[in-house]
Design a protein around this ligand. Structure first.
Ligand SMILES: C[S@@+](CC[C@H](N)C(=O)[O-])C[C@H]1O[C@@H](n2cnc3c(N)ncnc32)[C@H](O)[C@@H]1O
Length: 240
């Protein structure tokens, strides 16, 4: 059922679709806008009150691999505007909306501001790669260990492909290091990356700490995008 605001939005999207886009400057803005207007996930996200279409990537991955369940602790890296946090908070029952299920915890972090998500703890304007930010996360977890670390982080594109890939891989290894040091035995790790030469090495490195690792490309991830995810399951734990 659509509420008034969603209905208004859908109507305005439909109206926009019928407008010729000849006033938009530059081919890439034109392409982006027309793609947004014809993307079923964009409209579906609005109808379901998700903050962006990325929600469906996590939904698809979780429906397939069951990494989220009521009662678990999730750290969501690169969480703004917050659609993964919305999905995770619901699925782990972080808002306690299901009184019969255990209540989970979602801790979300981003360099940008994150508007509050019911049930989740959000840490906006915080760079995950900064060790002090990670100490803050540990402090907020108050002795609890993550059962799942998910990262949809992406660096700002510089336009130089090799540099962008390098920055992305750097983010992935920062997440892997954090997850390995902090996670509960049996935990999962989901990291976004772009298909590049270093992807295989990252996959190998994840497999050293997780019993299985799998490349995943959800159907809601645009087929013309180099984006992919690596899913590590069943964290082995660190040998003391
Ligand atoms: C694709 S968006 C995430 C979308 C989010 N999963 C959602 O569903 O709403 C990527 C995010 O990564 C964040 N990011 C990139 N580098 C970061 C860093 N070093 N620390 C924290 N967040 C970072 C960006 O600010 C951006 O908001």
């Amino acid at each position: 059922m659509l509420n008034g605001a969603s209905r208004k939005f859908s109507t305005s999207v439909r109206c926009l679709k019928s407008v010729k886009l000849k006033n938009v400057k530059g081919a890439s803005s034109h392409n982006w806008l027309s793609r947004q207007l014809t993307d079923p996930y964009v409209e579906k996200a609005k109808m379901m009150n998700y903050r962006c279409r990325s929600a469906f990537k996590l939904i698809e991955i979780d429906d397939r691999f069951e990494i989220l369940r009521p009662g678990i602790v999730v750290v969501d890296c690169g969480a703004a505007p917050g659609s993964w946090t919305q999905v995770a908070a619901k699925r782990v029952n972080a808002d306690g909306s299901d009184p019969r299920a255990p209540q989970g915890l979602v801790l979300s972090i981003d360099k940008q501001q994150i508007f509050p998500v019911e049930g989740a703890t959000v840490l906006g304007n915080t760079d995950f790669t900064n060790p002090q930010s990670q100490s803050k996360i540990v402090e907020l977890l108050a002795g609890k260990k993550p059962d799942s670390v998910v990262s949809d982080m992406a660096p700002n594109a510089t336009g130089v492909k090799d540099l962008d890939n390098e920055n992305m891989i750097h983010l992935c290894y920062t997440v892997l290091r954090f997850a390995v040091q902090m996670s509960e035995v049996g935990a999962s790790l989901l990291v976004k990356l772009w298909q590049c030469g270093e992807a295989r090495q990252l996959e190998n490195d994840i497999s050293k700490f997780y019993k299985s690792v799998k490349p995943v490309k959800p159907s809601s991830s645009r087929s013309d995008s180099a984006e992919m995810f690596l899913l590590g399951r069943d964290f082995k734990g660190l040998m003391k």
